[in-house]
Ligand binder design. Structure first.
Ligand code: BTN
Length: 319
C-alpha cells in the first residue's frame, strides 16, 4: 500500500486529495493517513494541506550497492562491495575479511553503525540515513612504516570528493580530519595487522557527516555536515563512489612512487593552519611549532621557536 501511495504522489505534479487516493486505491482514509506517516518516518517529505491533500516535496537519499557501482570508475577499489543498512562498524567488517580471504580493494559501506569507532578509542556516531561510513580493505605492498600514508591519501580523496559531489571547498587538518569552515566534517581511522615486518592488511575507515542538522552540545562548535554547509546535502552513493575513485588514483600513484611528493602542492594548498602557529600533541607532550606543510613521507613539516625544522610523524595538531 505504501508503495502504491508513493507511486501516486510521484506522478502527481500538484496536491492529490486524501479522498482521491482512497478512491484510486480502494482503501480507507485512515489507511492513507497511516501510510503517509510511515513514508514521512522513512524520510519522504510530504506536504499536507487542509482541503488540498498531499504533495511529495522530497525523497530520502537512499544508498544502494547498485547506485554506488554505477558511479564507480575504478579498476580495483570498491569492485568488491559490501553494503549494510546497519552494522557494528565497517572497520570491524573489513578487518574480519582481512583476517580471512577478503580481497585487496574491497569496500565496506554502512548506512548506520551501532558500534562505530573513532581514534583514541572514542566512539563515532553514524546515525541512520544522515552520514556515511565506508572502509577500504587494503593489502598494500609497501613497507610497514609507510602505512600511515594511506590516511593522508584518504583525506585528500575525501576533500576532492566533497568538491565534486557537494560543491564544498574542504580543508585537511593533518593527519586525520577533513574540515569545512573550520569544523570537522569527516574523520579517518586507519588500522593495520602485521606479521613481523609484513603488512597482513590495512583498513582505512572514513566517516562523513552528510545531512545531520545538529550535533550534541559538546560537538556543536566543532562538527559540521555537508547539508549544514551547502544547504542541500548530496547524493551519498555518488559521494562514496567519488571517494573511492579519487582514492584509487592517489593510491596507484603512491604505490608507484612510494612517497607523497606527487601530491604535496595540492595537499598543502588545503592544509589547515599552514604557516601558522600550532601545537602538536604527541602522547603527553604539547609543543608549539609553525606548520610548514606535508612532507613526502606523510609527516608534518614544522619549525620550532628557534627556527629548527623537523618532521612530525604522528600526533595531533591543535591551535
Ligand atoms: C576519528 O576522527 O576519530 C576517526 C573516525 C573514523 C570513523 C569511521 S566511520 C567508518 C569506519 N568505521 C568505524 O567504526 N570507524 C571508521
Amino acid at each position: 500500500m505504501k508503495e502504491k501511495i508513493l507511486a501516486l504522489l510521484r506522478t502527481s505534479s500538484d496536491y492529490i486529495s486524501g479522498q482521491a487516493i482512497c478512491e484510486k486505491l480502494g482503501v480507507s482514509r485512515t489507511a492513507v493517513w497511516k501510510n503517509i506517516n510511515a513514508l514521512k518516518a522513512e524520510g519522504y517529505i510530504i506536504d499536507a494541506v487542509n482541503n488540498k491533500g498531499y504533495r511529495l516535496v522530497g525523497e530520502p537519499d537512499i544508498v544502494t550497492k547498485e547506485k554506488i557501482e554505477a558511479a564507480l570508475t575504478t579498476s580495483v577499489i570498491g569492485r568488491e562491495l559490501y553494503y549494510y543498512d546497519e552494522t557494528d562498524s565497517t572497520n570491524i567488517r573489513a578487518k574480519l575479511a582481512g583476517e580471512t580471504d577478503g580481497t585487496h580493494g574491497a569496500l565496506f559501506v554502512a548506512n548506520e553503525q551501532n558500534a562505530g569507532r573513532g581514534r583514541r578509542g572514542r566512539a563515532w556516531s553514524t546515525p541512520k540515513g544522515t552520514s556515511i561510513a565506508m572502509t577500504f580493505l587494503l593489502r598494500p605492498d609497501v613497507p610497514i612504516e609507510n602505512v600511515s600514508r594511506l590516511t593522508i591519501l584518504s583525506a585528500l580523496a575525501t576533500a576532492r570528493a566533497l568538491a565534486d559531489t557537494a560543491g564544498l571547498q574542504a580543508q585537511i587538518k593533518w593527519p586525520n580530519d577533513v574540515v569545512v569552515g573550520g569544523k570537522k566534517i569527516c574523520g579517518i581511522l586507519t588500522e593495520m595487522s602485521s606479521e613481523g615486518m609484513d603488512i597482513k592488511y590495512a583498513v582505512v575507515g572514513i566517516g562523513i557527516n552528510v545531512s545531520m542538522m545538529e550535533f550534541p552540545e559538546e560537538l556543536a562548535d566543532k562538527a559540521t555536515s555537508i547539508k549544514l554547509e551547502n544547504g542541500t546535502g548530496c547524493d551519498r552513493s555518488k559521494l562514496v563512489a567519488s571517494v573511492a575513485n579519487h582514492f584509487e588514483e592517489l593510491y596507484d600513484a603512491f604505490v608507484k612512487c612510494q612517497d607523497l611528493q606527487f601530491m604535496l602542492d595540492e595537499y598543502n594548498s588545503i592544509l589547515v593552519n599552514k604557516d601558522e602557529q600550532v601545537y602538536v600533541i604527541e602522547g603527553y607532550n604539547r609543543t608549539e611549532y609553525t606548520a610548514l606543510g606535508l612532507a613526502p613521507n606523510g609527516g608534518l613539516r614544522v619549525k620550532d621557536k628557534d627556527g629548527q625544522e623537523s618532521i612530525i610523524i604522528s600526533g595531533e595538531v591543535s591551535v
